[in-house]
Design a protein around this ligand. Structure first.
Ligand code: ADP
Length: 481
């Protein structure tokens, strides 16, 4: 049960309310006790003060306190209070008479325990009135005593007020609180439970909907009743996550489809050539040689695609192995240009090196060589004959910038945002016809991964009808110390 948020919420809410109600009830009860007691004490002291004044006046008139006390108290009859005068030995000089019961149903309080009051009276010292409680089985009396040193002796005047009603009222209040608090808690727990259920209902709906979403229906989204509340915000975040997942899944699927498509062509070529070579028992050696050459080329293509895919997979997993070492970027560029000279000649494209200042760098020579080679190779491959390709290396404040520019016909505007995607080719048919070393549409994707692994960037700086410029930037941080 405690695994349910609803139950935990209800329990916490009820526990906190129980503590609060308990504290409030205790506080209120103590306050009432104090107020009632203060009121009773004031009444008792008033009565005592009246008695002493009367006693003083009557005593002065009669010349004897005993006689005055007897006269004053003889006719006094009270049901819930008692007045008495004692001598200092504790003997009763005079006391008011208890009032007889007036009605048959009227409560009768237990009588005041005079002996106990006398004992308190004797114990009273000093001139100030003292307040005491004379207890009995049903609450008792609140009494005030004051010693009187008069010419005809030592006396103690006392006034007592029954607190039976007061105790009974407080008992009833205690009982009422003890009964009301559990009922209030029960009602509040029930309300809390229903409220929690109502508030959590959208969460439960979300959970059920989310449980139904799988790889096949990633396009579904969670319903959002109020995007501004907590549940709505959670659902929004969840929907954004689903959208990202869906995009990743789609890319993954596309990637698989593209990869198998690219692999299928060389495999089909191998199969076809081998079947053809074996279809007749005897063929001239030259025919076998031709077939083997085609198979070797298809094998090379296959190998390149598989290697590229492997490299991309490592880059995706953040495991691209970058063996950094000191190198000179200018030398790496020079070596790429030399490597592609014969391809450029075949295609009738001129390659120009514009600026190549000394550029020491700390990086993976083989990988960076691959990036520059890919940019130059593309520039030569996709440019028309007679076009020219130029490469320059610039030393900037923040790092190096390698620019490869061609005077080709540019990349179509709609293809420009996609050229760094895997297996993307702006003109797939032409790229394959050229029979160039790339061709699968993985070159720029790999080149960008390599640039990023060196904390650099690779982007298409410009492309239009007059040609394209690719820019590779690398931070100086890669420099050898
Ligand atoms: P590929 O193996 O096809 O060369 P890349 O990833 O290197 O793959 O390039 C992706 C696509 O970008 C190419 O198919 C081509 O259409 C386009 N492209 C790249 N460089 C250039 C360039 N310099 N001029 C025109 N198009 C280019």
């Amino acid at each position: 049960m405690l695994n349910s948020v609803r139950a935990r919420l209800t329990l916490w809410h009820t526990a906190v309310l129980a503590v609060l109600l308990g504290l409030f009830a205790a506080g209120a009860y103590l306050f009432v006790v104090r107020i009632t007691r203060a009121r009773t004490d004031a009444a008792v002291l008033d009565a005592l003060s009246d008695l002493t004044s009367e006693l003083a006046a009557e005593g002065a008139q009669q010349g004897t306190t005993r006689g005055a006390a007897t006269d004053i108290l003889r006719e006094r009859r009270f049901r819930t209070s008692a007045l008495a005068v004692f001598d200092c030995a504790g003997r009763t000089v005079a006391s008011s008479l208890p009032r007889p019961r007036s009605a048959p149903g009227e409560d009768r309080e237990p009588p005041l325990d005079m002996a106990r009051l006398a004992a308190f009276a004797v114990a009273a010292r000093g001139g100030a009135p003292r307040l005491v409680t004379v207890p009995d089985s049903e609450g008792g009396y609140r009494a005030a005593v004051v010693p009187l040193l008069l010419p005809d002796g030592c006396f103690v005047a006392s006034a007592a007020l029954s607190i039976h009603d007061e105790v009974e009222t407080l008992d009833t209040a205690r009982l009422a609180l003890a009964a009301a608090i559990p009922v209030a808690l029960l009602l509040s727990a029930l309300g809390g439970w229903l409220l929690a259920r109502r508030s959590l209902a959208p969460m439960i709906a979300l959970r059920e909907r989310a449980a139904r979403i799988g790889a096949t229906n990633l396009g579904e989204r969670l319903p959002i009743a109020n995007p501004a509340d907590e549940v709505g915000r959670l659902a929004t975040v969840f929907n954004a996550l689903l959208a990202r997942l869906e995009r990743a899944f789609t890319q993954q699927r596309q990637f698989m489809a593209d990869a198998s498509h690219e692999l299928r062509t060389p495999v089909a070529v191998v199969q076809h050539e081998v079947s053809l070579a074996l279809s007749r028992s005897h063929r001239p050696a030259a025919e076998y040689e031709d077939a083997l050459r085609v198979v070797r080329d298809a094998g090379r293509r296959l190998r390149r695609i598989v290697d590229d895919l492997f490299l991309l997979a490592r880059a995706d997993a953040g495991e691209l192995r970058v063996h950094r070492g000191p190198l000179y970027l200018d030398e790496a560029i020079g070596s790429c240009v030399r490597e592609l000279r014969s391809l450029a000649q075949r295609r009738g494209v001129s390659v120009r090196v514009e600026a190549l200042p000394e550029a020491p760098f700390l990086g993976d020579e083989a990988l960076l060589h691959r990036v520059v080679l890919n940019l130059l190779e593309n520039a030569i491959k996709y440019a028309p004959p007679e076009a020219s390709v130029s490469v320059r290396l610039l030393v900037e404040a923040r790092g190096y910038r390698v620019e490869v520019e061609d005077t080709g016909s540019g990349i179509p505007a709609e293809a420009q945002p996609r050229i760094f995607e895997r297996f993307f080719r702006a003109d797939a048919a032409r790229a394959r016809d050229e029979g160039g070393p790339g061709g699968a549409g993985l070159g720029l994707a790999i080149a960008r991964s390599i640039a990023e692994a060196h904390d650099g960037r690779l982007e298409l700086a410009r492309s239009g009808p007059t040609g394209s410029v690719f820019a590779l930037t690398l931070p100086h941080a890669g420099e050898p110390a």
